[in-house]
Design a protein around this ligand. Structure first.
Ligand code: ZN
Length: 458
C-alpha cells in the first residue's frame, strides 16, 4: 500500500471509530456495559492465546473458555511494581494487522521511573477519537491554532513542529494540522509544539503572536503550567494572552486552578484525566464539570479499601483495563491514583461519573487517625499569608505536615502562623500539626508538573 493509500485507510478507520463513539454516547448504560463486555471478550481471548503470563492471571474468568464477567473481580489487580518487574513477560509483539503498527513511547519521567511503553496504532486512533468527541461537546474550533506546551519527550518528537519563525513564508504541511484528519485542510488550524522549559514571558509572547493573528488559539498543557502562566500574568500585570481555552492533561486540575486561570488568563480549563500507561480514562463534562469515564476505551473500576466497587461519594483506587493496546495488555492495572465515584450525570450520558480526581494515593496527606485528607487548595487565600511565594505541603512523618515555600525575587512579607492556620482550615478537621519553612528551590518538573502535596512516609 502506498503512503497516500495508507493515510486514506487510517483516516477511514478513525472516522468509523469516531462515528461509533458518537452513537455510543446516546445508548443506555446497560447497552454500553454489554458493548464493553463484547470488546473485553475479544481482548481477553487474544491476550490469553498470546501470553501464558496473562492467561495465568485471567484464569479465574476463563474457566470455561468464554469469559464470565461475574468473576471479573477474581483477576488479581496488577501493580506498577509488578508491571516493571515482569516487563519482558507481559509484552505481546505479535499484533494483529487490523491494529496497525507498533509505536514505542516512554512514560512520564515525573514519576521517577521512565519505562518504554509499547502501544498499537489502534490505541492512538481510539485516544484521538475520544478526544475529538470531547472537543465536540465543548464546541472546539479546529480552525484556530493549537499550541502544545509540553516536555519535548520522544512522543512529541514524532510530531514535526510547525515552525513559527517561518510560518508566513512556508506552506503548512498536512501533518502540522490538528483536528480530525477527515476534515478539509481549510477546517484545520496549525499545531505548534513548544517546550515547557521556555520562560513564561517567551510562552506568553508566542501565544500573543500565534493567537493574535488568528483571533485566539488553544493551549494544551498541564494544569500546573497553566497556573504558572496565570501567576506570571497576575504578578507582572500583563494582559491575558488570546486563548480560547486551555486543554489540560497530566495532573489534577482543582477548583482553585480553574479559578486562577479563569481570573488571570480569561479562559476555561477543559480537562482530560489520563495516565501514561493507560491513555485517557475520563473527560470533563461541559454540563456538570464532573468527569465521564471513557467506557469505550477501557474498563475503569474504582475500588474501595475492601476491593469492592466504590459507592457514590466514596473514594476508590483507579483500576483500569484498556481495551485496545494489545502490545501492552493491562488487565486490572492499578494506576496508583484515587478518585471519587459519582451518581448519573444530569447530561444523560451513559458513561459512569467521577466527581473528583485526587491523584496519586502516595501523595495524599494522612492524619494521626490514619485518614487520608482530600486537600483543596485556595491560592488567593494563601497569597494573603505568603504573597507570591510558590508553596507545597510535605509530610515526612505521621501527624505532621510542613508547609514549604520559596521566596520569589521580591522579598515577600510572610505570615507563617496565618498560613499554618489556613492549611488547617483547608484540611477541614485533619488531625496533624502544621509547621512552616522556607526552602531554596520549589519548581515545576521538567514535564511542567507540580505536586501540591507529597507524602514521604509510607
Ligand atoms: Zn455529564
Amino acid at each position: 500500500m502506498t503512503e497516500k493509500h495508507q493515510d486514506q485507510n487510517d483516516t477511514s478507520i478513525a472516522q468509523r471509530f469516531y462515528d461509533s463513539l458518537i452513537v455510543s454516547r446516546q445508548i443506555s448504560s446497560e447497552q454500553l456495559n454489554r458493548y464493553q463486555q463484547e470488546v473485553a471478550t475479544t481482548l481477553l481471548e487474544y491476550v490469553s492465546q498470546h501470553s501464558a503470563w496473562h492467561a495465568n492471571r485471567m484464569a479465574p474468568v476463563l474457566r470455561n473458555g468464554q469469559p464470565d464477567f461475574n468473576l471479573w473481580h477474581e483477576i488479581p489487580v496488577l501493580t506498577k511494581q509488578e508491571l516493571l518487574a515482569d516487563y519482558h513477560l507481559w509484552r505481546i509483539d505479535d499484533i494483529p494487522q487490523s491494529h496497525g503498527r507498533l509505536i514505542l513511547t516512554e512514560s512520564s519521567s515525573s514519576t521517577g521511573i521512565a519505562v518504554a511503553l509499547p502501544k498499537t496504532q489502534m490505541t492512538d486512533t481510539a485516544t484521538a477519537c475520544a478526544g475529538f468527541r470531547h472537543a465536540a461537546l465543548f464546541g472546539i474550533d479546529y480552525r484556530a491554532p493549537l499550541v502544545m506546551l509540553r516536555s519535548l519527550n520522544p512522543m512529541l518528537a514524532r510530531i514535526r513542529s510547525y515552525d513559527v519563525e517561518h510560518e508566513r513564508s512556508a506552506p503548512v504541511r498536512r501533518d502540522q494540522l490538528w483536528g480530525p484528519s477527515w476534515l478539509d485542510d481549510s477546517s484545520r488550524g496549525p499545531r505548534h509544539v513548544m517546550s515547557v522549559g521556555l520562560s513564561c514571558d517567551q510562552v506568553l509572547n508566542r501565544l500573543d503572536e500565534i493567537g493574535g493573528d488568528a483571533g485566539g488559539c488553544y493551549l494544551n498543557t498541564s494544569p500546573s503550567k497553566a497556573l504558572d502562566l496565570a501567576d506570571h500574568v497576575r504578578i507582572h500585570k500583563r494582559h491575558a494572552p488570546p486563548l480560547k481555552a486551555i486543554l489540560s492533561v497530566g495532573e489534577v486540575a482543582t477548583a482553585a486552578h480553574r479559578h486562577e486561570i479563569r481570573t488571570h488568563l480569561d479562559c476555561e480549563l477543559i480537562d482530560v484525566y489520563a495516565t501514561a500507561e493507560t491513555g485517557p480514562l475520563a473527560m470533563q463534562c461541559p454540563e456538570s464539570g464532573f468527569y465521564h469515564v471513557q467506557s469505550e476505551l477501557g474498563w475503569v473500576e474504582l475500588l474501595n479499601e475492601t476491593g469492592s466497587p466504590a459507592q457514590v461519594g466514596e473514594t476508590g483506587r483507579v483500576v483500569v483495563t484498556p481495551f485496545y493496546n494489545l502490545a501492552m495488555p493491562l488487565i486490572r492495572f492499578d494506576t496508583g491514583d484515587l478518585a471519587v465515584a459519582g451518581a448519573a450525570c444530569k447530561c444523560n450520558s451513559p458513561h459512569p461519573v467521577i466527581t473528583k480526581i485526587l491523584g496519586r494515593s502516595g501523595a495524599q496527606l494522612r492524619d494521626r487517625k490514619g485518614r487520608f485528607i482530600s486537600f483543596s487548595p485556595d491560592f488567593a487565600a494563601m497569597r494573603e499569608h505568603l504573597g507570591n511565594c510558590r508553596w507545597r505541603l510535605t509530610q515526612s512523618f505521621d501527624g505532621h505536615v510542613e508547609l514549604q515555600y520559596m521566596q520569589t525575587a521580591d522579598e515577600e512579607k510572610i505570615n507563617g502562623p496565618g498560613a499554618a492556620e489556613l492549611i488547617h482550615q483547608l484540611c477541614k478537621d485533619a488531625d496533624f500539626d502544621v509547621s512552616v519553612r522556607e526552602i531554596d528551590v520549589l519548581g515545576l518538573t521538567g514535564g511542567g508538573k507540580f505536586a501540591l502535596t507529597q507524602r514521604l512516609v509510607s
